[in-house]
Design a protein around this ligand. Structure first.
Ligand SMILES: *Cc1c(COP(=O)(O)O)cnc(C)c1O
Length: 296
C-alpha cells in the first residue's frame, strides 16, 4: 500500500465553451490523485481522528458504513498505513458475495462485522466490540474532527483566488469544513447526492464555527438517490472526461460536475465568478459498474 501523496494535488483549470460563454472560470482541485484507495476527502476527514487515536494510545479503529462505503475502505487503508487495526461495522446481513468495496476493505486487513439494519440505526454494536481499547469514528467520518480535517483541503490551493467553492455532500462533513475555512467573501455550494436528505443543512450547521455564514445546498441532482445512477449521468461523465481528461465517480463527483455545469448553464453563478470544484475522489467506487460503462 503506497503512502498518501499530498503533493500530487493539483488545481486543474478547465476550459469548456460553456464556461467561456458564461464568463466563469472553473478549477478542479484534484484530491483524487493523493492515493488510489484513500483518495480525496476521506483522508482529510480521517486525519485528526487517527491522530487522536494514537494520542490516546488506541490501536484499533472501529467505524460504520454500508456495503458501498468509500469511508469504510478508506479507513481500512489508512489504518494499514498507520499500523493500526480496523473493524468495520457493516449495515445489513452478510451477502453471498462481498461488494468490491468490502472485498478491498477485507484485503486491507479490516475485520468486517455485519449487523442488521435496526441495530445499525441505533448503533447497537455487539458487546464484544464495546470496549475502551477501541477508538470509534462515526459513519462517514461525520463530526467536528472530520470537519476540521476537511477544512485543511483549502490549504492545498490558493484559496483567496476563488469566489465560489463547490463540493459534493453525503454526511456534509466536508462541506462544513470548507465553510469553516472559507473567506468571508466566498460562498460554498454543496450538492447533495442523497434524495430528499433535508437533514443535511442541519447536520452541516451543527459542525459550523460561525452559524451565520451563508452556504447553499442543492438537492436537485441526486439522480434517484444515493449510489443511484442514470444513463444521462454516465453519458455526462464520459463526455466530461473526453473534454477535460478528469475522471469522476457516479456516486459523488459525477453528480457534482453535472450539477455545476447545469447551474452555470442556468446563470446560477454571477459573471466573472471563479469556481473551485473539489474533486473529492471516490473513483474506486466505479468498480461496481459493468466494465465498458465508462471510457476511463
Ligand atoms: C464520502 C465522499 C463525499 C462526501 O463527503 P461528506 O463529508 O460525507 O459529505 C464526497 N465525495 C466523495 C468522493 C466521497 O467519497
Amino acid at each position: 500500500m503506497p503512502d498518501i501523496s499530498i503533493s500530487n494535488i493539483t488545481p486543474d483549470k478547465i476550459s469548456l465553451p460553456l464556461f467561456k460563454e458564461k464568463n466563469v472560470e472553473v478549477t478542479v482541485l484534484r484530491l483524487d490523485k493523493i492515493h488510489p484507495v484513500i483518495s480525496g476527502n476521506k483522508w482529510f476527514k480521517l486525519r485528526y481522528y487517527l491522530e487522536e487515536a494514537s494520542e490516546r494510545n488506541k490501536k484499533t479503529i472501529i467505524t460504520f458504513g454500508g456495503a458501498w462505503s468509500n469511508h469504510i475502505v478508506a479507513t481500512a487503508a489508512a489504518c494499514q498505513i498507520k499500523g493500526l487495526s480496523s473493524i468495520g461495522i457493516i449495515r445489513g446481513e452478510k451477502m453471498e458475495k462481498l461488494s468490491p468495496t468490502l472485498t478491498q476493505a477485507k484485503q486491507l486487513g479490516m475485520q468486517l462485522v455485519f449487523i442488521n439494519r435496526e441495530d445499525y440505526k441505533e448503533k447497537k454494536i455487539p458487546s464484544a466490540f464495546n470496549k475502551d481499547e477501541y477508538y470509534f469514528v462515526d459513519e462517514g467520518g461525520y463530526g467536528s474532527k472530520g470537519a476540521a480535517g476537511a477544512a485543511t483541503i483549502l490549504d492545498y490551493c490558493r484559496k483567496e483566488y476563488y469566489s465560489h467553492i463547490c463540493c459534493a455532500a453525503g454526511t456534509g462533513t466536508m462541506t462544513a469544513g470548507l465553510i469553516n475555512n472559507s473567506l468571508p467573501f466566498q460562498e460554498v455550494t454543496s450538492v447533495s447526492v442523497l434524495k430528499n436528505n433535508f437533514e443535511l443543512e442541519k447536520n452541516i450547521n451543527h459542525l459550523l464555527k460561525d452559524r451565520e455564514k451563508p452556504f447553499r445546498v442543492i438537492h436537485d441532482y441526486h439522480f434517484g438517490g444515493y449510489a443511484k445512477c442514470k444513463p444521462e449521468l454516465i453519458e455526462f461523465m464520459n463526455e466530461f472526461y473526453m473534454e477535460t481528461t478528469i475522471p469522476s465517480d457516479f456516486v459523488y463527483t459525477g453528480k457534482l460536475f453535472y450539477a455545476v455545469t447545469n447551474l452555470i448553464k442556468n446563470n446560477f453563478f454571477p459573471v466573472r465568478s471563479r469556481l473551485l470544484l473539489i474533486h473529492s475522489g471516490g473513483l474506486q467506487g466505479n468498480a461496481s459498474l459493468n466494465t465498458g460503462t465508462l471510457i476511463f
